[in-house]
Write a protein that binds this ligand. Structure first.
Ligand code: GLY
Length: 316
């Protein structure tokens, strides 16, 4: 089968899509294109939600999740809560290719595997990310000062609530995990996801980005899908898999993403943070949806010299 190569990605993936399209344009494989694109994003220190420069967990450590899935085989590789290695997407790919009896490694085991594979360690916490972390801790001190008149129980309640909100609230500006989905000239589909997860998350928290069916799913018969945003909702509805099921039932990519988001929204969630989704079919159709106005995704075909920004459908 031959296809017209295409690569799409979530907000801020435009940093990496040209590297992925260069591979596709030369007749390369979707898996190489997805990995190359995400590595560029992971190296972008201005991006505080992925790779080096990602915001740390509550203990001040950067812990990364990533996954990669191939459409024809539904082979899946992932890492979760990985410290000290700047390209988790490459380690996820190594899990897929070198450990076929496994799909997901987390924490210390993932780090041991990365070291055995020869990946180099690096400092992931940049000065800017450390400053944002310390600012967040400072805000917490101010909260304690505000409530000196309250009873100890009252104070504890308010502090806990505020701490949770601060830990889980998205920051201003573009935020979230990065998704990249590619279709190569041979007709293969691949989906990759990389993230540093929630800022100040509970140490050891692994999100949807590392989980097949939740943040990432790819089936060459119907299409690939990926999620960004509130990962626990993508986990609860198996968001990426739900989108692929909707594609299989005949929905367009945009509609499939929107229906999954509507399903996730129907569930109780006290944090009510936003979820977004993207999908790409084996015949090169694509689309996305989001719960926030102005949300976009990036697209490159062989004819594009630079990423084109497309709107996502709003699910309000
Ligand atoms: N969607 C990314 C995360 O929840 O970590």
């Amino acid at each position: 089968m031959t296809a017209r190569p295409v690569i799409i990605g979530s907000e801020r993936s435009d940093v990496g899509l040209p590297a992925g399209m260069a591979i596709l344009r030369a007749g390369g494989r979707a898996i190489d294109a997805v990995e190359a694109a995400l590595r560029e994003c992971e190296d972008n220190e201005a991006d505080h939600y992925v790779g080096t420069g990602g915001l740390p967990n509550a203990r001040g450590e950067v812990q990364l999740d990533a996954s990669i899935m191939v459409g024809s085989t539904r082979a899946f590789g992932a890492v979760g809560a990985l410290r000290d290695f700047p390209h988790p997407i490459s380690i996820a790919r190594a899990v897929l290719e070198r450990l076929p009896q496994h799909c997901l490694l987390v924490g210390e085991g993932a780090e041991t595997f990365a070291q055995e594979c020869g990946f180099a360690r690096a400092e992931l916490l940049t000065d800017e990310a450390r400053r944002l972390y310390l600012d967040a801790l400072g805000a917490q001190d101010a909260v304690e000062g505000e409530h000196t008149e309250a009873s100890p129980g009252d104070r504890r309640y308010r502090e806990t609530a505020r701490a949770l909100m601060q830990r889980l609230a998205p920051h201003d500006g573009p935020w979230g995990t990065i998704n990249v989905l590619a279709l190569d000239a041979a007709g293969e589909l691949c989906v990759g996801v990389s993230t540093s997860g929630y800022p100040w998350k509970y140490p050891g928290r692994v999100g949807d980005s590392a989980l097949p069916g939740a943040g990432n799913y790819c089936d060459l018969r119907y299409g690939g899908a990926a999620c960004t945003g509130r990962g626990e909702m993508a986990m609860r509805v198996c968001g990426a898999r739900e989108i692929v099921d909707l594609l299989a039932a005949g929905a367009t990519p945009e509609r499939a993403c929107a229906e999954m988001l509507a399903d996730a929204r129907s569930l109780p969630d006290e944090f009510a943070a936003e979820l977004r989704a993207l999908a790409l079919t084996p015949d090169g159709r694509h689309g996305g949806a989001a719960g926030k106005e102005g949300s976009v995704y990036a697209l490159m075909t062989v004819g594009h010299s630079a990423p084109e920004i497309r709107p996502r459908r709003l699910v309000s």
